[in-house]
Design a protein around this ligand. Structure first.
Ligand code: NAD
Length: 496
């Protein structure tokens, strides 16, 4: 269904003056069909937006742009700062960078918000009470993309977690909970193992939670948290977590609501925001009018709240809920037991438009306060620097010798102030104490520590490295060991 501007003006509940510019990408596969359906509904409901279309994704990739996005598209995004994006296809084969990661990181979209709601009994699910929002940190963690092959046998991916990154996402999660009248925020980390990186995330969570006494808070180790989320999701309300866990668990959560076709996500930054369905471009359905446009439509509703049009958002959301409740379903959620009519993409859009002034009778009515706006994105505040003291150095060495031989050569490199105190292999202590059962790779972390009370400096580290080199050992990297305000800034060896 296409509507001309005149019809829209006549039917719109708000005047189309000063429309909000929005960048739109129709994407690949089912993208153009679900975008058409979504824009038809938004416009019919009176969304006051001025669409600027950009071409990104498969065509851009195949025309030789390995990032999938060109300068004109960036110009549009920087101008409008609001992006409604249909899924794109990443061509198979090497050399093509993930456009999603590029956009999120380039535009600083640090928060990924994914509401996962069950629509039982209208959409079949084993978890009818489920109503969880997952808030995933979007820029840090193992997604920094800093990877190295260090030896013949060992490869490394750096996990980077920053205090400003944790503060922004945790504060955002509590602000989100407050705005959406949520009762509890749960934090998932693996800080029993990663005491520094995930430990920081958990610590910042605890610090910020006390600023929100009206919202309950708790923490779970991510493995048991994930198990409970998959088994009893109704026990959760809002969950905040670092990037990798959030990537995996937000898909799990969306799937168990009943269909990934219903999932929407918002990517929010200080300057820009991007709204999209969580599913991909579904090439198997492309061009057949079969795809469910709901994920993109729900993303469009989040966008309307973000740009300050909450009444239109509520109008669309309730019409959509009524359509689902009336059993008008696309093939992905159609069941003989739960549905009344199987429809295609455009017919589904027409059914939503036909219900624009209706509300659901059984599902909870969506309500958006008139003054609801996007959350004011918290700014990270830089703390005064800690007092930092150099206390040692970890020298990483590649060798297939046995550990006693390596230790002997390293000890000949010791200076008066720096002594070899420990060697680990993949984190497990193997010298001066170790177990014969421990498997050894060709990658050794050799810890040299200064003698307590005696100051040493980086020049002495360079001298040590020079001696290790002269002893014929292949050092591959170093990590300096510091204390920060007297607290060690490095982990112990496992077994130490
Ligand atoms: P997919 O999400 O496209 O499809 C998985 C399954 O879900 C398919 O059976 C598909 O038919 C079904 N499905 C997906 N969306 C649906 C909808 N709206 N209605 C009904 N059924 C739907 O995942 P995939 O097949 O792994 O990926 C296909 C392409 O999409 C790949 O090129 C991938 O890189 C890309 N992708 C893009 C994004 C994005 O742009 N945000 C996200 C994920 C995957």
């Amino acid at each position: 269904m296409k509507l001309d501007l005149q019809t829209l003006k006549e039917n719109a509940p708000v005047n189309i003056v000063n429309p909000v510019p929005v960048t739109v990408a129709e994407g690949d596969g089912i993208g153009p069909e679900i975008m058409q359906a979504t824009l038809d509904i938004l416009r019919a409901a009176g969304a006051n937006i001025d669409v600027d279309k950009i071409d990104i994704g498969e065509r851009a990739y195949l025309s030789g742009n390995s990032s999938g996005i060109d300068d004109n598209a960036w110009d549009s995004l920087r101008r409008t700062k609001v992006f409604l994006k249909a899924p794109i296809t990443t061509p198979q084969g090497g050399g093509y960078k993930s456009l999603n990661v590029t956009i999120r990181k380039t535009l600083g979209l640090f928060a990924n918000i994914r509401p996962c709601t069950a629509y039982a009994p209208f959409v079949a699910t084993r978890h009818p009470e489920m109503d969880v929002t997952i808030i995933r940190e979007n820029e840090e963690d193992l997604y920094a993309g800093i990877e190295h092959r260090q030896t013949d046998e060992v490869y490394q991916c750096l996990k980077l977690i920053s205090r400003p990154g944790c503060e922004k996402i945790v504060r955002y999660a509590f602000e989100y909970a407050r705005l959406h009248h949520r009762k509890k925020v749960t934090c998932f980390t693996k800080d029993n193992i990663m005491k520094f990186t995930d430990g920081l995330f958990h610590k910042v969570f605890d610090e910020i939670a006390v600023e929100y006494p009206d919202i309950a808070s708790d923490h779970m180790i991510v493995d048991i948290g994930a198990a409970r989320l998959a088994d009893t999701p109704e026990m959760f309300d809002v969950i905040v977590m670092p990037n990798l866990y959030g990537d995996i668990l937000s898909d799990v959560a969306a799937q168990i609501t009943g269909s990934v076709g219903l999932g929407a996500s918002a990517n929010i930054g200080q300057h820009c925001a991007m709204f999209e369905a969580i599913h991909g471009s579904a090439p198997d359905l492309a061009g057949q009018d079969l795809a469910n446009p709901s994920g993109l439509l729900l993303a469009g509703i989040q966008m309307l709240v973000h740009i300050g049009q909450p009444l239109v958002a509520g109008r669309v959301h309730n019409a959509w809920l009524k359509t689902i409740e009336d059993g008008i379903h696309t093939g992905d959620i159609y069941t003989v037991a739960n549905s009344k009519e199987k429809v295609g993409t455009q017919a589904f859009a027409s059914a939503v438009i036909a219900r624009l002034d209706q509300a659901p009778e059984n599902l909870p009515v969506a309500s958006y306060p008139e003054d609801a706006k996007g959350i004011v994105v918290p700014k990270a505040v830089r703390r005064p620097p800690a007092q930092k003291m150099l206390v040692g150095v970890d020298v990483f060495v590649q060798s297939t010798d046995d550990v006693a031989a390596i230790a002997e050569r390293l000890q000949t490199s010791e200076s008066g102030l720096l002594k070899l105190t420990m060697i680990t292999n993949r984190g497990v202590m193997v010298w001066p104490k170790g177990m014969p059962e421990t498997f050894h790779t060709d990658h050794w972390r050799c810890r040299f520590e200064g003698q307590s009370g005696k100051l040493f400096n980086k020049a002495m580290v360079l001298e040590l490295l020079s001696k290790i080199h002269d002893a014929g050992l292949d050092f591959i990297k170093t990590e300096l060991l510091y204390t920060f305000d007297g607290e060690p800034g490095y982990s112990l060896g496992q077994g130490q």
